[in-house]
Design a protein around this ligand. Structure first.
Ligand SMILES: [Zn+2]
Length: 488
């Protein structure tokens, strides 16, 4: 180890300065606004310098150490990331079908699927996009290989770093996900058979009816009840009851329709805790509620950061921890009491929502189990594109039904992140545990309880020091809860 030149605090402060600039540009890019590539490149290089300085002087805090490796990997991947981003938007597009009078592209595909009443049109777009994305596969794999190379310079790998941050071993994580995917299969297939005729304009689900088709369509009968309700108003109410008035007022929201805007809602903590932004595209009234609740969970988590805390504690949060806060807030929309009281819905409608939420959660479980296992094995076994796609296809068949293996390349997370998918599953299990604690301590209407809000805030403020060791992580309660349907 060489003699430290700068203190960790000083390095952290420099990191934050440049990280914030890069975030702003990445935000613009994801939101479909114009962004400055030259600035992204130069800021990335500065961050590489700071990361190298940290890595040559310090081994602790571990989160900062691992993030420095990741920062170098991200900078080395940046030219390819920009190329993939631009090619994907122009390549994954079809003039045969339109949405908002523009050709359906990677960004508007889900909106098109939510509205199109022709299964054969949806099938044609799916086939077209799955074929076209193959052209980008070599670039996507090349980008993963850069991560692999950079991590290996520090005797690590994206997989090892992920497991360390999430406080898990490979075996424990793989076992956990297999038990979720296998456990969800049967109830999911029963529910899919029940909902298919209503939501697909045909009798059964097929390979091209993906999770996002179901998510964009399954709530349509409920749209009447949500059309005139404003998700932002409802989420504001809840957060006010919990004492987050000040944080809510600071969060910026963008719900405009823009051509190049990401198909998926997202939240960016550009500067923690003062500049947090929520972005979504209207898809359908109820699913917009789900997106808004989910992203506001992230946003409140970000706004709860303590400005006095060092950079790494405020910014470097394990992914499953980030998703814990978003899934917690989102889960209120599957809480019958909440739906009846806060949204003034009847018992019958509440039951409809619950059945549909459970169906989607099971779909999410089987789909993300396939995603997560493929990705974990990808790093462990050094898969080629062909092996990755073949394994993904095999896993979809095991957990639900077989879909073309290259589909994973079209996803908004799988090709873009080294490893993220397991985080949603881990967070869902943790949230079930957390909610039952909340109910035990603050009663069934815990979202009205100021003390419960204070507990939420305390946990949110821990950010990078969230204690992962205190949770049971038993998948059974979550699986059982999601497998309940009124029509069975
Ligand atoms: Zn999220």
């Amino acid at each position: 180890m060489s003699t430290p030149v700068r203190s960790i605090e000083d390095l952290g402060a420099e990191f934050e300065k440049y990280f914030t600039q890069l975030s702003e540009q990445r935000y613009n890019q994801t939101a479909g606004l114009s962004y400055d590539k030259n600035l992204m490149n130069s800021v990335s290089e500065t961050l590489v310098g700071l990361s190298s300085e940290f890595l040559s002087s310090y081994e602790e805090p571990r989160a900062f150490y691992l993030d420095s490796i990741d920062t170098i990997a991200k900078a080395r991947k940046l030219p390819l990331s920009l190329e993939i981003y631009e090619k994907r938007m122009s390549l994954i597009s079809t003039k045969d079908f339109h949405f908002n009078e523009k050709p359906v592209n990677w960004g508007s595909w889900r909106q098109f699927n939510a509205l199109s009443s022709s299964p054969s049109d949806r099938q044609r777009v799916f086939n077209d996009f799955v074929t076209k994305i193959q052209e980008l596969a070599p670039l996507i794999i090349k980008r993963f290989n850069i991560s692999r190379q950079v991590y290996s310079l520090y005797d690590s790998s994206p997989l090892e770093a992920y497991l360390e941050k999430e406080f898990l071993t490979y075996e424990k994580l793989i076992d956990l996900i297999f038990s979720l995917g296998d456990g969800a299969r049967k109830p999911f297939l029963v529910a899919a058979e029940h909902f298919a005729p209503e939501i697909l304009d045909k009798d059964t689900f097929e390979y091209y009816d993906d999770f996002y088709v179901a998510r964009g369509r399954v709530y349509s009968p409920l749209n009447d009840f949500f059309e005139r309700k404003n998700p932002l108003k409802v989420v504001e109410n809840v957060l006010n009851q919990w004492g987050f008035e000040k944080e809510f007022a600071q969060i910026k929201v963008d719900n405009e329709n823009r051509d190049k805007k990401s198909p998926s809602a997202f939240c960016f903590g550009v500067k923690i805790p003062t500049d947090v932004r929520v972005v979504y595209k209207p898809v359908s009234p109820f699913s917009d509620f789900v997106s808004v609740f989910h992203e506001f969970g992230h946003a409140i988590h970000g706004s709860s950061g303590n400005p006095e805390d060092p950079y790494w504690k405020r910014y470097l949060v394990p992914m499953s921890v980030a998703e814990t806060f978003s899934i917690f807030l989102e889960s209120l929309l599957a809480n019958p009491l909440f739906l009846q009281q806060e949204l003034e819905l009847s018992e019958k409608i509440t039951q409809e929502i619950l059945d549909r939420r459970h169906f989607l959660n099971l779909f999410f479980l089987v789909f993300y189990s396939a995603n997560a296992i493929m990705k974990l094995e990808f790093w462990k076994r050094n898969y080629s594109t062909e092996q990755a796609s073949a394994r993904f296809q095999e896993l979809t068949k095991r957990f639900f039904w077989e879909i073309p293996g290259d589909y994973w390349l079209l996803h908004h997370i799988m090709p873009d992140y080294d490893l993220y998918s397991p985080s949603y599953l881990l967070a869902s299990i943790r949230v079930t545990e957390w909610i039952s604690q909340m109910i035990d301590e603050y009663g069934t209407e815990f979202w009205k309880n100021k003390q419960a809000g204070a507990v939420f805030r305390d946990l949110a403020t821990t950010r990078g020091e969230f204690d992962l060791s205190v949770w049971d992580m038993d998948p059974k309660p979550f699986l059982e809860e999601q497998s309940v349907f009124s029509f069975l």
